[in-house]
Design a protein around this ligand. Structure first.
Ligand code: RUQ
Ligand code: CUA
Length: 659
């Protein structure tokens, strides 16, 4: 064992010398003459692909065009967003509700698009919240977060949100094993081995509506689940999770969780798990988690607290989980388009193991085990192994596929992307990234049908690549043309937040898939909607004042309001009466400490305003909507409590003056 480790270090040292010596001095050297042309999308022309890129610690998702790298939109997911009023309007606040209360900001790592028959179908993108474990579904008809479900029994929801080939499930594995929510968590930390458990969650997705439901969880020994991918084709029905810290350390993991030569990839037979659930083998456990849904008709979110989950025990039901040894602290866990090959990227390994689904099945049949891990059978390494990619680079993290038999793996330490042949395991090409690449993405590159053509590397460090911006520098993406034998760098562009995983789909698949242009006013079921200026009014209920307001180019109705008193809570329910594409109105009122609103055509959105002083306060539209946008304004008068100013409102006429 020792010898092997020394050998590995030698390989690493040698590899690193090789890699650094052949790194080009600057990007200029690496870009070929026709690169600019390949990434050039002429003004007024559309990109070929939509690219959905995780914002990491920004909690958001950004939408770029490929190959231009142009940024189209940032979608708030696990975040409030002042650009969209998300998390500021009364209607959107429940989307960010959790069993811990309102969480305005989380860490979104991975994105995954919905699939049909293993192919990207352009309906939804899913994203994970790492910190307070949640999964979000973003609707690609509206580019809006439509649903968020919290995951109990989890911590650091990292191996998520990966999906099965017909989007039957979106799956999540806990990064931190913790005492289950349904057990006593008040235990000494050094009792990790006895008391800490892993849970992986299977969240079902309704075929039509996309609505998610926590179908069941599987409890496993305490380890860190890192990443995962579903089987496809022949391996449909299985899910693969990389795990590290199989040492079960609870302190100084950088040393203590790097002891073993091999950790595991856990293979889960989820079809079998489904059978056990049907047979009533799931235990109902008391937990607490939020399920938040957005309603397109009320233009409002609702948050429901759930209190139960079905849990299957992997150590009791011997044929749902199997461990495959995998060197060494594996991170990425990627399945090739045929579903036969499973690639484990050991962060500390000097090779990449590639496992064979067929061999793994034969090993299970023949019981070729080397014992068990916490009651889960451990398949012998060689019995599941297709082969190893030798000397690929340093610090492999993630792998994607081009659908032509090639795999592309990122190397964080040696800062490169390496192309290799899945069958022969021969390295075919390598290209430097600037710098320290994490994830990579090929459009459809984790599906059955990759679109190939481009590869995007998402880099953690940019150092000298852009104009500096103080202590924090831009993160970046780099686009490579992979249509030929050699990868060619064609463009760099900065990203928002820290990019982790990304997805991409042909533009037409999303653009021509019933994308919404505006909300139909007649379908608006918001309880405070005013669907025409005649319905505009102001209603007092105790100390609550509800303003049913409309906006249309270029005025609000009403635009003069009197009879509001100090101590009142004022709710501006603003309905945008426009029925045309790309005509939002905004709403802002002086002193509001809850941000502003942006209201889409046909939508009703509410800003809560609690005046803190007597006086007259202007409000105005914040979105440049017409030539008379600057005229789109109004006033509200706030009088002392108990004053005799009657409640009045108007537009275009003067209400009788009250002193
Ligand atoms: S993890 S590098 Cu969440 Cu690889 Cu991003
Ligand atoms: Cu409405 Cu500017």
């Amino acid at each position: 064992m020792k010898n092997k480790f020394v050998q590995a270090i030698l390989v690493i040292a040698l590899g690193s010398a090789l890699v650094t010596s052949c790194k080009p001095k600057s990007s200029g050297d690496a870009v070929s003459g026709d690169a600019a042309e390949k990434a050039y999308v002429a003004p007024g022309k559309y990109d070929e692909f939509y690219n959905f890129v995780s914002g990491g610690f920004s909690g958001q998702l950004s939408v770029y065009g490929l190959p231009s790298g142009r940024l189209f939109r940032v979608i708030p997911v696990f975040s409030v967003d002042p650009e969209k009023g998300w998390g500021y309007s009364e209607e959107t606040k429940p989307m960010l509700n959790t069993s811990h209360g309102f969480v305005p900001w989380d860490d979104l790592h991975h994105t995954e698009m919905s699939q049909t028959n293993g192919e990207v179908d352009g309906r939804w993108v899913f994203g994970n919240a790492n910190n307070t474990p949640r999964i979000a579904r973003i609707d690609l008809k509206t580019f809006k977060t439509a649903e968020i479900i919290e995951l109990p029994n989890s911590g650091g929801n990292h191996s998520s949100p990966f999906i099965t080939e017909n989007t039957e499930y979106v799956v999540a594995g806990t990064r931190f094993s913790v005492p289950a929510d349904y057990s006593n968590g008040d235990v000494p930390i050094n009792t990790y081995k006895e008391n800490y458990k892993g849970h992986i969650s299977f969240v079902s997705v309704d075929k039509k509506s996309g609505e998610m439901d926590l179908a069941f969880q599987i409890v496993t020994p305490g380890v860190n689940f890192d990443l995962s991918h579903a089987g496809k084709g022949k391996s449909h029905g299985w899910f693969f999770f990389s795990c590290y810290n199989t040492e079960q350390a609870n302190t100084l993991l950088e040393v203590n969780a790097s002891q073993k030569d091999k950790d595991f990839i856990m293979a889960v037979n989820w079809k079998k798990a489904e059978e056990y659930i049907k047979a009533g083998k799931g235990k109902k456990q008391k937990v607490k988690y939020a399920h938040n849904t957005w309603d397109e008709h009320t233009h409002s979110a609702k948050s429901v607290m759930k209190d139960e989950v079905l849990v299957l025990d992997a150590s009791e039901l011997k044929d749902i989980c199997y461990m495959i040894p995998c060197p060494k602290s594996p991170h990425g866990c990627d399945v090739d388009p045929t579903g036969e090959f499973i690639v484990g990227s050991g962060k500390l390994a000097a090779l990449i193991p590639v496992f064979s689904f067929d061999k793994m099945q034969a090993a299970i049949k023949g019981k070729k085990y080397e014992g068990d891990y916490g009651g889960i059978p451990v398949i012998k390494y060689e019995e599941a192994l297709h082969g190893e990619v030798q000397k690929p680079g340093l610090g492999p993290l993630h792998t994607e596929f081009d659908g032509k038999g090639n795999a592309y793996t990122t190397f964080f330490v040696s800062s490169e992307v390496v192309k290799w042949d899945i069958k022969t395991l021969k390295v075919l090409d390598r290209v430097a990234t600037y710098y320290s690449v994490g994830h990579l993405m090929i459009p459809g590159g984790d599906s059955k049908k990759p679109f190939g053509k481009y590869l995007v590397a998402y880099n953690k460090i940019t150092k000298d690549r852009y104009l500096p911006t103080g202590p924090e520098l831009a993160q970046s993406a780099q686009i490579f043309d992979i249509s030929g034998d050699k990868m060619k760098l064609i463009l760099d562009f900065p990203t928002i937040g820290e990019p982790h995983y990304a997805q991409a789909a042909p533009a037409d698949l999303i653009r021509n898939n019933g994308q919404l242009k505006f909300y139909k006013l007649e379908d608006n079921k918001h309880p405070y909607a005013a669907k025409g200026e005649k319905e505009a009014k102001v209603v007092r209920e105790g100390n609550k004042v509800h303003v049913y307001m409309t906006s249309i180019r270029s005025h609000f109705a009403p635009d003069n309001i009197e009879g509001v008193f100090l101590g009142d809570e004022v709710y501006f329910h603003v309905t945008n009466l426009e029925q045309d594409w790309d005509v939002p109105h905004g709403f802002a009122i002086k002193g509001a400490n809850n941000g502003e609103l942006l209201i889409m055509p046909g939508e009703t959105t509410t800003l809560k305003w609690v005046p803190d002083r007597v006086g007259t306060f202007p409000f105005y539209c914040t979105d440049f909507c017409s030539a008379l946008h600057q005229e789109m304004q109004g006033y509200i008068r706030v009088s002392p409590k108990g004053s005799n100013v009657p409640l009045q409102f108007s537009l275009g006429t003067n209400v009788p003056a009250t002193k």
